[in-house]
Design a protein around this ligand. Structure first.
Ligand SMILES: Nc1ncnc2c1ncn2[C@@H]1O[C@H](COP(=O)(O)OP(=O)(O)OP(=O)(O)O)[C@@H](O)[C@H]1O
Ligand SMILES: [Mg+2]
Length: 262
């Protein structure tokens, strides 16, 4: 069964709950708006921020939305999507992203990364934004090395903003006593809550509005797509549980039936 056949079967103009959403197509529920506002503040202050939330809470989407509002001539984003690259990997990535050739020895690579961040800010007039997604995968040494990077100019200011985005374990990891120095340096902490029941209804309507459908088939019946939203329940959620945006991801389990599954 091809995705095109599925789409035409349901009369969808695009795959619903897709990931390719432009910033203008996002649903503006409370936690999303809060996250975007706080990330923007953190960047403006060139501070260290920690955004956490359950899988699919909308962390990366909020990050993308906040970054899309920035003046690209005054900011340089250094995005690290997979932090499982060791301490050296982080410094290497920073230097490469800022147009340098990473030095071989770690002892010289660390000051090179620090200088590259400072130069980007002081000489090119751009604020570097170091974004580490899936930051709950960072190990102790990596978190310590990030703290060291923010030790600029005898710890009086930082030339860059740093955002750590990850699952709730990140928050717990940072709270450990051995990372107290990093913990007290964090200017922004935001734990994205799940959507309320009202927000979930509005979110579903929003996504179905982005992928207009002509009809929607549910087990045993075929009813108008828009009018069934209020009645939709999701297996395992009992219709009462709060939802995270990603729980409706394409490919996830839902009450919708596939062609031939009626
Ligand atoms: N504000 C929003 N408006 C519309 N769709 C959204 C919004 N937030 C999240 N989504 C949907 O939820 C999906 C998951 O969001 P996202 O990838 O940001 O979650 P996450 O918290 O980063 O999850 P993970 O922990 O797995 O990285 C997105 O692909 C998108 O379809
Ligand atoms: Mg994510």
């Amino acid at each position: 069964m091809t995705i095109e056949r599925l789409q035409s079967f349901y009369g969808l103009t695009r795959v619903p709950f897709g990931r390719d959403l432009a910033p203008g197509m996002l649903h503006r529920h409370n936690s999303h708006a809060e996250a975007v506002a706080r990330i923007t503040w953190c960047i403006d202050q060139r501070a260290l921020g920690v955004i956490t939330g359950e899988v699919g809470a909308g962390k990366t989407v909020a990050l993308r939305a906040a970054l899309s509002t920035l003046d690209i001539s005054r900011h340089t984003t250094i995005y690290l999507g997979n932090p499982a690259i060791g301490v050296r990997g982080i410094h290497h990535h920073i230097v490469t992203a800022l147009g340098g050739v990473p030095r071989f020895h770690h002892a010289t690579l660390v000051p090179q990364a620090t200088d590259a961040l400072a130069t980007e800010h002081a000489e090119r007039g751009r604020t570097p934004i170091l974004v580490i997604d899936e930051a709950h995968l960072l190990d102790h040494d990596q978190l310590e090395s990030l703290r060291m990077l923010t030790n600029h100019d005898m710890d009086s200011r930082s030339p860059f903003a740093c955002l750590l985005v990850g699952q709730p374990t990140l928050r717990r990891k940072i709270k450990l006593g051995v990372l107290a120095a990093l913990d007290q340096r964090i200017a922004l902490r935001y734990a994205m809550p799940a959507m309320t029941a009202e927000e979930t209804t509005s979110y579903l309507k929003h996504h179905l509005g982005l992928a207009p459908l002509t009809e929607l088939r549910v087990r045993g019946s075929q009813i108008n797509g828009q009018s069934m939203i209020g009645r939709a329940t999701f297996p395992g959620h009992g219709g009462r549980r709060r939802h995270t945006p990603g729980s409706g991801r394409a490919g996830g389990s839902s009450g919708w039936c596939a062609p031939g599954d009626r």
